[in-house]
Design a protein. Structure first.
Length: 277
């Protein structure tokens, strides 16, 4: 009992002598970023980055904080580095993306009971992938998923199929001729390589560090689940399978579970910069 009292008194005395500055944390920095963006938070000697229940390693010495496409309000991130522990408040800006109206086959909008069950089953399987967090194996920028890239379209667009509102578009569409080679944007491991109801023939690649890239509506798939691939390796060809209005590549990214604009990882200078960078 005496030891416990003595220790309590010692801690209290240290706090009294040190003053409030010893216990206080540095004030949080703030930045505003649109949904679907990535905040680039540079510093010195950063060892870990955190947000919510996620902890990850810095990329090239910086914390990159993804903001989900459907995020709103405020997000809080923190990091540990040469300056100690610091916090960042990310204020999510208004939804900036337009509406996109498309006409597709009616059975792709009003699903049969069988197709509904298939879609739910595939969604559950894909959702389990977002918790992947293996050793990082990527560098930024990512490589282009096509040899020749037309301007990307429709990230974040609020989609209306046959006058029926549906979820926003979480990838970028690149027009290309059927049969055009589709390339791995970075080295990684194939998580899934199969045909789904909405996405058609699809490939999901795990690049470690919570980064997953997706390639949808393929005509052919050239890889198998569990296979390791190199940056720039052919993983399939452009097609128009699934819910699609014509040949194109849907290229998507999930980073730490967040749906973000792939164009940012192809051009990191377009990331939202936190104060001090």
């Amino acid at each position: 009992m005496k030891k416990r009292v003595s220790r309590t008194v010692s801690v209290a005395l240290w706090l009294l002598l040190a003053g409030p500055a010893a216990a206080a944390s540095p004030p949080a920095q703030t930045v505003t970023a649109p949904p679907g963006s990535v905040v680039r938070w540079g510093g010195s000697g950063i060892t870990t980055c955190e947000s919510g229940d996620r902890v990850w390693a810095p990329v090239a010495g910086e914390c990159w904080v993804p903001v989900d496409l459907l995020a709103s309000g405020e997000l809080t991130a923190s990091r540990t580095g040469a300056a100690g522990r610091e916090s960042l408040v990310i204020r999510v800006g208004p939804y900036p993306y337009p509406e996109q109206r498309l006409t597709v086959a009616e059975h792709m909008v009003h699903l049969s009971a069988e197709d509904q069950e298939r879609s739910r089953r595939e969604s559950r399987k894909v959702a389990a992938l977002w918790q992947q967090h293996t050793r990082p194996r990527f560098t930024l920028p990512l490589d282009s998923p096509l040899d020749t890239m037309a301007p990307g379209r429709a990230f974040g667009a609020r989609r209306v199929f046959n006058n029926e509102p549906r979820s926003p578009h979480s990838g970028v569409d690149y027009r290309a001729a059927k049969g055009t080679r589709v390339l791995a944007a970075e080295q990684g491991t194939v998580l899934l390589a199969e045909e789904h109801f909405f996405a058609g023939k699809s490939v999901y690649l795990d690049h470690g560090g919570g980064l997953i890239t997706m390639y949808f509506h393929l005509d052919t798939i050239a890889v198998t689940e569990g296979q390791d691939v190199k940056r720039g390796q052919v993983i399939g060809t452009v097609g128009s399978t699934g819910r699609s209005t014509g040949p194109h590549l849907h290229f998507g990214v999930r980073w730490l579970g967040a749906r973000v604009d792939p164009a940012i990882l192809l051009n990191p200078d377009s990331a939202t910069r936190a104060p001090g960078l």
